[in-house]
Ligand binder design. Structure first.
Ligand SMILES: Nc1ncnc2c1ncn2[C@@H]1O[C@H](COP(=O)(O)OP(=O)(O)OP(=O)(O)O)[C@@H](O)[C@H]1O
Ligand SMILES: [Mg+2]
Length: 413
């Protein structure tokens, strides 16, 4: 889904629900005594970014070879490349090179925002910008960005593409927790508050271990300072993900990112995109459709992604939906902060893992009881049990006797 630069008026009705329970463990909002601007902070850190020449990047991507193209977004095309980052000594590194489309001032503004914001942030859930290229020549302006390469594509690819294996439930939870931590860092941990403004599944990239990293800071903005509640901007973002009050008024605050996070929570629960035009009328808009299946209703299970049915925890899923609803409360001030979202997700992850353990324990215990029952029916002692080399019943019984079910805790369900 592409970005846009001006929203049309949108009268989408939004959910009005009570906020999720307030979680007391959250850190108090950091009070910034002497806020600095992003530009000031960038000046201190800009030496961390490497400046590449256009020729270097052309060579790294084999002249922007079509076979090395890994994606295309509103900003331009993304290529996989190979480049030596440390002056000639270390092995070449695999990188992602994003080349700006020739779309003038707007593109340059986004490129600059990306360099400045990614130049000052440092967090395991934010993509690392390695450097950039900025050359103005006879052939026009050349603006490129060089990132660490993320081999597992984006969250969008994994939830919606049938070409990739199903993303398991536990992995979905961990991805959303990591993404929430990335947003919470932007909102609360820097000397300046950063509003990301473009949270969506295609901007959550996945590393080799499926750790999520937010990418695309072209639309990021400094948040309000002092006692201001918002900054006023021309609304930009992606249809379907942007908070309604922002579309209508242009008032931007961290609550807008929280709304978009809620939208993606429903995407990972249902495996559906926020807008799917090929569906029947009442199922096209995800947020309208899920309203028919409230989280505390019996029908709730019907919205769960069919690809993970029977492989997820219903009670954790209900809590996720409740959290998503609270992120999309109409009044922005009633939405949780990203710190609160992180805490809720941690609890959901914990509970989901406990449920998984209990399920595994119960299933192995049932198997053991079954074995005993069969043995007593046949009046066979354990000594004369015919032990085939691979008896699944016997094997699972052994696993639980040895307490190996604890190991299963770490496996992905
Ligand atoms: N660092 C990276 N490593 C690996 N692949 C990447 C990287 N950055 C981007 N990509 C790939 O390129 C695709 C396009 O990214 P891009 O951010 O330009 O567009 P988008 O997110 O799909 O759309 P939009 O422009 O609306 O944000 C991503 O979906 C991803 O598959
Ligand atoms: Mg993107």
């Amino acid at each position: 889904m592409k970005c846009f630069y001006m929203f049309k008026k949108d009268n989408t009705k939004t959910k009005q629900e009570k906020p999720l329970e307030i979680i007391s463990k959250v850190k108090p909002r950091r009070v910034i005594s002497s806020p600095r601007s992003v530009i000031e902070m960038y000046k201190e850190k800009e030496h961390n970014l490497r400046v590449f020449s256009f020729e270097e990047l052309r060579y790294a991507t084999r002249n922007f070879n079509r076979l090395l193209k890994i994606g295309e977004g509103g900003f331009g095309s993304v290529y996989k490349g190979c480049i030596r980052l440390d002056d000639g000594v270390a092995d070449p590194s695999v990188v992602a090179v994003k080349a700006l489309k020739k779309n003038g001032l707007q593109g340059h503004k986004q490129w600059l925002a990306e360099v400045q914001f990614l130049g000052i942030v440092e967090h395991p859930n934010l993509v690392k910008l390695l450097g950039y290229c900025s050359e103005d020549g006879e052939r026009g302006i050349r603006r490129l960005l060089v990132y660490e390469y993320m081999p597992n594509k984006s969250l969008e690819d994994h939830i919606f593409s049938r070409a990739l294996p199903t993303l398991p439930w536990k992995r979905r939870l961990h991805i959303m927790l990591g993404a929430a931590q990335g947003l919470a860092y932007l909102h609360n941990e820097l000397d300046v508050q950063v509003i990301y403004r473009d949270f969506k599944s295609s901007n959550v990239l996945l590393d080799v271990e499926f750790m999520p990293k937010l990418s695309d800071f072209g639309l990021a903005r400094e948040g309000p300072t002092g006692d201001k509640s918002h900054v006023s901007t021309e609304p930009v973002g992606t249809y379907g993900y942007a908070a309604p009050e922002y579309i209508q008024t242009g008032r931007l605050a961290t609550h807008c990112d929280v709304w978009s996070f809620g939208v993606v929570l429903y995407e990972i629960l249902t495996g559906r995109r926020v807008l799917e035009r090929h569906r029947s009328r009442n199922e096209q808009k995800l947020l309208d459709w899920v309203k028919q299946f409230p989280s505390d209703s019996k029908r709730f299970g019907m919205i769960i992604d069919p690809r993970i049915r029977n492989h997820y925890s219903i009670s954790a899923a209900r809590k996720m939906a409740k959290l998503a609803d609270s992120c999309m409360i109409k009044n922005p001030k009633d939405r949780p902060t990203m710190d609160e979202v992180v805490e809720s997700l941690k609890q959901i992850v914990e509970e989901s893992e406990e449920t998984n353990l209990i399920r595994i324990f119960l299933s192995t215990t049932t198997v053991q009881m079954k074995i005993k029952e069969i043995m007593s029916k046949n009046s066979m002692g354990i000594g004369n049990w015919p032990r085939p080399v691979y008896s699944p019943l016997f094997h699972s019984g052994m696993v639980s006797c040895l307490g190996e079910n604890l190991l299963v805790k770490n496996s992905v369900i």
